[in-house]
Design a protein around this ligand. Structure first.
Ligand code: TXA
Ligand code: MG
Length: 353
């Protein structure tokens, strides 16, 4: 398939890019586009055949439902049932990176909701997707733009790498603002099913109640867990074996230096500086006092890790608060729950790969 790749500034989308994307969506075709969180691969949510193609192209299991993107709260109310009290909160915080799970009105095809009685609705802030929603007047079903199990795209070049030749249009809008997916919040139980760019602290402030966090939000729920269908599948994984380091950074150099160019380290600028001269491949996420910047680069560095051909990678743990809470969820999954805090544990992990 010939893919039209269109570059645009995501803060000031060109008419050409919006037209090309809207034309494809209205004609049952797939478009990869930037949002403020990560790139999405979208189709008209009312078009069952187009939505089925999303699953095919991503290699996504058919029981893993899609998020439906809408322009505003009124459009959300056409698709799902939301209490007056929650409508008032959503009016306040949308558009933004919070997806809510609500009872479905049953008007969307079963392909989108994977046959569930609930639906995931998100009103994104990204200027491009807002324009696209306005232009088409349609709800747009869109999961993250990655091949299943791989890290999400946070740059146009990631999306092009995954989907050129497989979708009709790719809108390259440069780097995503957050670089991590939206938070998935079940409004029926006030439980976070997937932490993301809207932090637990922000939810508490907006809803006046502390959200329920648990094994799902942590990313430690067992594979059979089905409250959020997506959580039972492999996620965010580079090809290179990845281990999370949760110990003191001052011990890192002596543990890793013998591996030299056979290993890579992903961490803050300060932590990378401690490893200079070891021959290790160093991937800096940004300053340790700027969690937003480090989270923003996380998927990019996980994708870059695979370009080195190293035997394994080590990534420094994030402090588990604010955006770091969501980052740790992704890291637990990306590393297949392999973490260490001393050399003995690292050796045990290496014996298993
Ligand atoms: O930031 C984002 O959320 C991006 C952009 C493109 O909007 N989208 C995204 O979609 O990350 P996706 O499909 O990669 O993740 C959506 C998650 C999946 O794990 C899915 O299982 C869950 O939402 N989900 C969808 N509908 C659900 C439902 N009715 N109940 C529980 N979980 C649901
Ligand atoms: Mg995804």
């Amino acid at each position: 398939m010939r893919t039209l790749v269109c570059r645009t500034d995501p803060r000031k989308p060109s008419a050409k890019a919006v037209d090309a994307a809207a034309d494809a969506i209205m004609n049952g075709r797939l478009v990869v586009f930037p949002t403020e969180t990560v790139y999405g691969i979208g189709a008209n949510a009312f078009d069952e055949d187009a939505c089925r193609k999303i699953y095919e192209v991503k290699g996504r299991a058919s029981d893993n439902p899609l998020i439906v993107h809408v322009q505003n709260v009124d459009d959300a109310l056409k698709l799902g049932r939301i209490s007056k009290e929650h409508v008032a909160v959503l009016e306040h915080i949308w558009p933004g990176p919070l997806t809510v799970i609500v009872k479905s009105r049953g008007i969307l095809p079963g392909t989108v909701t994977a046959g569930l009685r609930s639906v995931a609705i998100r009103c994104p802030e990204g200027k491009f997707i807002q324009e696209l929603l306005k232009r088409t007047g349609l709800p747009i079903a869109a999961p993250s733009a990655n091949i299943s199990a791989k890290p999400s795209s946070t740059k146009g070049e990631h999306a092009i790498g995954y989907f050129k030749g497989k979708v009709d249009v790719i809108i390259d809008g440069g780097e995503s603002y957050y670089g991590i997916e939206s938070t998935i919040f079940d409004l029926r139980s006030l439980r976070i099913l997937r932490p993301g760019a809207f932090t637990p602290e922000q939810i508490e402030k907006a809803f006046g109640k502390r959200p329920i966090l648990g094994k799902l939000a942590e990313g430690t729920a067992s594979a059979g867990h089905v409250i959020s269908p997506g959580t039972k599948y492999k996620h965010y994984s580079p090809e290179t074996p990845l281990f999370v380091y949760a110990g003191d950074m001052k011990d890192m150099r002596s543990m890793l230096e013998t591996f030299g160019s056979k290993a890579a380290f992903i961490g803050s600028t300060e932590s990378c500086s401690l490893l200079k001269g070891t021959g290790l491949r160093l991937l800096s996420l940004g300053p340790s006092d700027n969690a937003q910047e480090r989270v923003h680069r996380l998927f990019d560095k996980l994708i870059e890790l695979d370009s080195f051909g190293v035997d394994f990678g080590v990534i420094e743990a994030f402090p588990a608060k604010g955006l770091g809470y969501a980052a740790m969820n992704r890291l637990r999954k990306a590393s297949s729950h392999r973490s260490f805090s001393n050399i003995k544990q690292l050796q045990e992990l290496l014996e298993q790969v």
